[in-house]
Ligand binder design. Sequence first.
Ligand code: ADP
Length: 375
Amino acid sequence: MASVTLDNITKRYEDTVAVNDMNLEIRDGEFLTLVGPSGCGKSTTMETVAGLTIPTEGSVHIGDREVTDLPPKDRGISMVFQNIALFPHMDVYDNISFGLRLRKYDQTEIEERVERAADVVQLEGMMDRMPEEMSGGQRQRVAIARAIVREPEVFLMDEPLANLDAELRVHMRTQLQRLHRELDTTIVYVTHDQAQAMTMSDRVAVIDGGALQQVAPPLTCYNEPDNLFVAGFIGSPAMNFMEGAATDDGFESRYVDVPFDPAENGIEPDQSLTVGVRPEDVYLERDQELAAEPSRTYDAIVDVLEPMGDEMFVYLLLDEDVEASAEGRGAGQLLVSLDPDTVIGEGEEIEVVFDRSNIHVFDSDTGEAITHRLR
Ligand code: ADP
C-alpha cells in the first residue's frame, strides 16, 4: 500500500494541454476514481502515475519516493486496461504467472500467489482454460489476477470494464469493491462512467479540460457539487438547470421564479444565476408533503412518460409555448422522477413543487456553487 501524490502536474502535447497544473493526494489504501468526459485528461493523469508519460512540469510521488522519471517497472504498480491483452496461446495459469516467471520467482512462491489471486477473482478450477474458451468477464478477471500476483503498492485501472456488457459491468463493479477490501491496496481507477465512479470509490476526482473540478466522496459531489460542471456530470439522469438572474426577492428566469432573500443566501442583486434541481427533488403538488421544504407551485404540462419499473421519468413542459427539444432538455423543460405507480397522463396539466432544501444555485459567470439549500 502507498499513497500517490501529484504536485503541479502539467502535460502539454504541442498545442494541447492534456493536464493543467493538477494537485492531487491519493491516500494510502484509498479507492480513488478519476472521472470526466472523453478527452478531459483522465488517462494522461493516470499515465503520469504509471510512468507511461513523463509530465511536462510537476512531480509524482508514490509513498515517500519520487517516481516522476522512473520507468513503470520500478514504481511498484500494476495496471489493468480496457483492452485485455491475454496471451492467446497460454492457459489461465500461464497468463497469470507470466510476469512472475519472467522475474524468476521461486516456483512455490508463484503457485501460492497465483492461487491467492485466482481465489480473489473467483477463477478457481479454470487454470487450464485457454483465453478463447472464456467470456469477456472471465478474461477480464484473468487480467486482474495477473495484476494482483505482482502484489503492487498501487493498482492502476483504466476503463477496465468498458468492453463488458451492462450486466457483467454491474457484477464486476461489486467484484472490484470486494477486491479492494480484500487486498487493502490503493486503487486509482479511470472511467468516463459516473455510475462506476459513484458506486465503487472512496473519493472521486472529477476532471474537465485537464483540470480538477472537485475531489470528494461520491455523495458529496452529488449533494454539494462545487460547480456547474460537477452538478451536470454526476447524477443520472442529470440535474435540471434554469438560467436567469437575481432580483431583490429571489431568482427570475423565463419560465421559473424562485423567491428567496438574496442577502441571506450570499447572492448579489442582478447576479447572473443558474438554478439546479435534481429530477428526484421535484414533486407533484398533491404529494408536496414528501418534500422536506416545498417551494411555491409551478404549472406544467406532461410531455413524455418513461416508466423504468422502479421509478418513472416524466418530461414536463413549463409552458405551452415550449418546444420539446429532440436532443434533450432545453429551457422550459423539466425532467422529474416520480413514483412508478403515479397515475398521470401525457398532455395532462399538473402542478409541481421543488424541494427548497435541495435547490442548488450557481453563479452563471464563474460556474461556482453559491448554495445547495435555499434559506
Ligand atoms: P481521457 O482519458 O480523459 O479521454 P486523455 O488523457 O486521453 O483524455 O487526453 C487528454 C487530451 O490530450 C485530449 O485532448 C487528447 O487528444 C490529448 N492527447 C492525449 N494523448 C496525446 C498524445 N500522445 N499526443 C497528442 N495529444 C494527446
